[in-house]
Write a protein that binds this ligand. Structure first.
Ligand code: GDP
Length: 184
């Protein structure tokens, strides 16, 4: 509580963002690259949901994103509705060097739509774009899918940091836009 009547209101926002996609597409590493600027070559996911909070400034306001990682639960098809609950943004990730992970994007989108209770800002993320020599999904295919599903699209590399920050920030800005449109 402020001491005086004229204390400036500090506007703060906290939004939940989820990362989904097949096992080993790089979800944990995208999050650790964004939140801690770290990358693990042989990361072994701990089981159980984990999140990191990261803030950015938009229109002079502090906007915090609580970003959730499935932490391996998708291996058992055990991503529950609680994981999706209250999410305002989602990164749907595939691995550009493994076509099957791209083919499963539709399933993840369906699951997201089933469980979400609000407008969700969605970004399709083709991760591991550093692996050009073993690419199995072209940039155009990614773009086309994103366009047809109404998603933002970006290729990223958690390994060399390409577009990681940008991808998260586009989603967070879009959430802010969606929410402020509703409350103003
Ligand atoms: P998750 O199961 O989706 O959370 O995937 P992880 O983040 O655990 O990553 C799975 C494997 O892919 C690990 O061996 C990572 O080192 C590797 N990996 C993650 N992101 C990238 C990337 O951008 N480029 C490359 N070359 N490897 C990556």
């Amino acid at each position: 509580m402020g001491m005086g009547d004229d204390d400036e209101e500090v506007e703060e926002y906290l939004f939940k963002v989820v990362i989904i996609g097949d096992s080993a597409v790089g979800k944990s590493n995208l999050l650790s690259r964004y939140a801690r600027n770290e990358f693990n070559l042989h990361s072994k996911a701990t089981i159980g949901v984990e999140f990191q909070t990261q803030s950015m400034e938009i229109d002079g306001k502090e906007v915090k994103a609580q970003i959730w990682d499935t932490a391996g639960q998708e291996r058992f098809r055990a991503v529950t509705s609680a994981y999706y609950r209250g999410a305002f943004g989602a990164l749907v990730v595939y691995d550009i060097s493994r076509r099957s992970t791209f083919e499963n994007v539709g399933r993840w989108l369906q699951e997201l739509n089933t469980h979400s209770d609000t407008t969700v800002a969605k970004m399709l993320v083709g991760n591991k774009c550093d692996l050009q020599n073993i690419r199995e999904v072209s940039v155009d295919e990614g773009k086309a899918l994103a366009e047809s599903e109404g998603l933002f699209f970006m290729e990223t590399s958690a390994l060399d940091s390409t577009n990681v920050k940008t991808a998260f920030e586009i989603v967070i800005k879009e959430i802010y836009k969606n929410v402020s449109r509703k409350i103003l």
